[in-house]
Design a binder for this molecule. Structure first.
Ligand code: SF4
Length: 317
């Protein structure tokens, strides 16, 4: 029996797919070189953007006569829609296994889910509430990967800075002997503590790169997004990070055209971008995700205007 895995979305999903492969191979499956040659197809789904959902649905319709397992970030209504075509499996059970990655890639998920409920985001609904792997277990996995010759350890979590005592975990991994680097994704600005900044500053192994999604530079929009910080607090945090870690690179995510965002509010994001001087930024146009709080408000910024705003921000870094 052969399997083929189709992965959508973030680094977390890519790492999860490695775990799925490991489990399937333990059950005697062999990897197929293409989906055509596979007896079993696993779709590791992402519901964060509508484009990815549409692509996954298209793929499922084209894969007739195949056994398909759907996992990852799947919304309840999508499960219902697809339940006769595919088998939907929760990732939770797989996550709790101690499965190591099939090929040592250096990705270590340390937590799963998110409790923040940003009003535009489906992650708390698809991945559930936060649960954390034990520190000991994570360190053991890191040691194992370093022993295998892995040169970069990437710790993964949707809301990684909320891991209980994340700075301590970083310091512990930093102490492991060997020639390797450490990176981590993704941090919420509200959880980015002074302790965390110091742990990065004091380490020679942690990469001088932080991804810190801001989403908007307008305080009213930030409040509507339930981001729990203001433009001023965010800029202050960036300033503090740059002061402590002088060679740091910072990237961000921003959403343009959130419901009700007017031109003046958008200008606050432009202003924030000018002040923050990001090294990189991922800009997306808002699209309502089913089930989220924001999807109950009218998506009233025209697509053309969203694209225009996205372009303005893209030119700013
Ligand atoms: S912190 Fe990130 S994953 Fe959690 S709800 Fe907000 S956007 Fe989604």
């Amino acid at each position: 029996m052969k399997y083929y895995i189709i992965t959508y979305g973030c680094q977390m999903n890519k790492s999860d797919s490695e775990r799925i492969a490991y489990l399937l191979e333990k059950k005697g499956y062999k990897p197929a070189t293409s989906e055509k040659r596979a007896d079993l197809i696993v779709i590791n789904m992402c519901s964060v953007r509508q484009v990815a959902v549409d692509r996954a649905f298209g793929r499922i319709s084209s894969l007739k006569d195949k056994k398909i397992i759907l996992t990852g970030c799947v919304l309840k209504q999508d499960r219902e829609r697809l339940k006769n075509k595919v088998e939907v499996v929760d990732f939770d059970d797989l996550f709790k296994t101690k499965a190591k990655t099939r090929y040592p890639q250096g990705f270590i998920p340390i937590m799963e889910g998110c409790d923040n409920f940003c009003t535009y985001c489906v992650v708390p609904f698809t991945r559930g509430r936060e649960c954390y792997r034990k520190e000991k277990e994570v360190i053991k996995e890191a040691k194992g990967l370093i022993k295998k010759g892995i040169k970069e350890i990437t710790l993964l979590g949707q809301n990684i800075a909320s891991y209980p005592n994340f700075p301590r975990l970083l310091r512990e991994i930093d102490k492991i002997k060997g020639n390797f680097r450490i990176s981590f994704l993704t941090s919420h600005p509200k959880d980015f503590s002074d302790e965390l900044i110091k742990a990065i500053r004091d380490s020679k192994k942690i990469k001088r790169y932080i991804h810190l999604p801001v989403q908007s530079g307008n305080n009213e929009i930030l409040k509507k997004m339930n981001r729990k910080y203001t433009k001023e607090q965010y800029l202050k945090l960036i300033e503090k990070i740059r002061k402590e870690i002088t060679d740091i690179e910072i990237s961000t995510d921003a959403i343009v055209g959130f419901p009700g965002e007017n031109k003046k509010q958008f200008q606050d994001t432009v202003d924030l971008f000018k002040k923050a001087k990001f090294n990189n930024a991922y800009i997306s146009s808002y699209s309502p995700r089913p089930g989220t709080a924001a999807s109950r408000t009218k998506d009233n910024v025209p697509l053309k205007e969203k694209e225009k705003r996205a372009e303005i921000l893209r030119k700013l870094f």
